[in-house]
Design a protein around this ligand. Sequence first.
Ligand code: BGC
Length: 760
Amino acid sequence: MPNRFANLSAALCGSLLVITMSVSIANPPNDSAAIEHRVTALLAEMTLAEKIGQMNQVNADDRDLSDDLRQAIESGRVGSVLNQVDVDAVNELQRIAVQESRLGIPLLVGRDVIHGFKTVMPIPLGQAAAWNADIVREGARVAAREAATAGVNWTFAPMIDISRDPRWGRIAESLGEDPFLASKLAVAMVEGFQGENLAETGTIAATAKHFAGYGASESGRDYATVNIPENELRNVYFPPFKAAVDAGVVSLMAAFSDLDGVPATGNQFLFRTVLRDEWGFNGFVVSDWDSVRQLAIHGLTENDKDSVYEAVTAGVDMEMAGRSYVNNLETLVEEGRIDVAMIDAMVANILRAKFQLGLFDNPFTDPAALPPIASAHALETARQAALQSVVLLKNDRGVLPLSAEKLNSVAVIGPLADAPYEQLGTWIFDGDRELSITPMHAIHSLVGHDVDVRYLRAMDNSRSRASEGFDEAAEMARDSDAVLLFLGEESILSGEAHSRADINLPGDQAELVRRVREAGKPVVAVIQAGRPLTLTNIIDQVDAVLFAWHPGTMGGPAIADLLFGLESPSGKLPVTFPRMVGQIPIYYSQKKTGKPPSPDTVVLIDDIDAHAPQLSTGMTAYHLDAGYTPLFVFGHGLSYAEFRYQKIRTSAREIELGDTVTISAELTNTGDVAADEVAQLYIRDLVGNVTRPVKELKGFRRIRVEPGQTVSVEFELHTDDLAFYGRNMQLMTEPGEFHAWIGGSSETELRTEFRIIDSD
Ligand code: BGC
């Protein structure tokens, strides 16, 4: 069989030992000129059918490889598979591709490794709450290494859709509401997955998804219509993608959703105008699952052939899990509707990634060449990530941390105290629940010798409406010194296609809180969930709330350490918590409006004077029944330490366009425990060519501060960091007045000012 890589392949396939040796020698430098040369040479040898084959990704989740799949690969009709994670099966697929296909082109092997492979980190939204690019990068690195043991060389992460609607189930997968925070963490994830050199063992290609605007699906209903004006797209939704592209992300995925009337999979503006022409992206674009065929279902096209025309013209290089490209693309070329030159450029994008990954030099996987699954390092990374992601929302009278010395007994109650699978969260195809350490187990091992730890599940699951267990729960609460209520959402209540219209605690959990509360003991709620919840109906009935998201494999030990004060909570909200669903979308970086609300203009529904004239209700932008503030603001998160910010300064009152200003403040730990604090910098551009948000995050830093210690927190801002897209969609920094704040949340009032001038 003619095969340009036959010798190499034969050597690689001889035995595992040979493969191992090849692994250690096959780390070629990622030289882009050499890669372009090889791409061009290979393209010149390909038939049209083989080119279209490269654009075809096939679902291969069956461990017994079907004859159809084998034949399709052998005949060069498959460029990528997804969802095969049996390493022997993957090696066999690669063997067929490199040894038995005419040109021996290896396969991209894709998998959703969203927040861990076997060892599961907190859900991405939880990771975002750590406000720590280092831990996020390390989590992705661990995930990449574990996934690589299965032969996976490409993941469909990070998901970086700006998400401002907690009803949307996929907010769990996102990095939250803010473009700045999401951009920094998106870059960290890309770096973690891809490493410095994709050809190295243990690195995998990343995918920034879903381009673009998917997070703004109407009413948070998954897959629903999206309408975002171009200015908002550019200022809010695009930045994390631009950052990922600048960081060298290998691929982007098209969103399922319709954007301003053109579904993303057929959207030339997104993939040609912005991604290729403006940003100079040279990776490849993959559709979402079967989303090419869905263009006809959207009603953009009449039939599958037209859908392929739209998707290819839009610049979607590879089709995921559909047959539309293989069935129609050749005809479209024959009919002259699509030029082969366009196909060549698209196939080159895919081949380039395969060369960058070093797959032509070594397509095979030897798990023994990689660190073991769930290594001590992996578990420690997961524990640190969980620890830093938990947010202390409320802590009345310092009820937390609990003291193992002072407590004789503690009641651990609730459906999520001992739920190894649920704590892993959504998108954990490969996550190993056997590795999970639950809070219940961790509390036992931490304080079980000194404290009588009682446990009652009380509800079958988080949605349960059966309250039979509540009497026993109330009794247990009465008989214990403190109550730890483990509430929230099971993992299945968030993630793709798992949107909710009501985001209260599901089932009868609020009633469980009420019953336990009646016992009169201190009540701490530990909430695990895939989204912000409206906690208004329970917040006053508990003394403290630790919001743990779905914290992953090591969630239990992290939560136990926080509850008993071995560590101080340090997570900060990456997304606003509304009081009630009707406030959504509610986010900190809103516009001011012409009628901004303030405490003295707001009259709430219960205070309306029936005899007052209609215009007496303040006439500002708020809800009569909810006011204008959320339950918890973006950036909020308490600590066992006490932090005081003061003496904010700018290095200059005026700076020239093109210069840098330093904003600094003093941060003191006035409490008596050492703790991490996440210092945040916000700015406001007072006057803009388009109106600017009332506050915008522009910097953050996680800092360890000892009791009594004062540290200087400094942020440098270049005037480019203050740029935004104006009316004509050009990126610009405008001279004028700016406010800057430093503090522990977006509510900070510690402010200074500076001015940008342009003397030229
Ligand atoms: C999701 C993608 C995911 C793909 C493959 C789709 O349904 O929208 O985010 O990567 O499936 O599993």
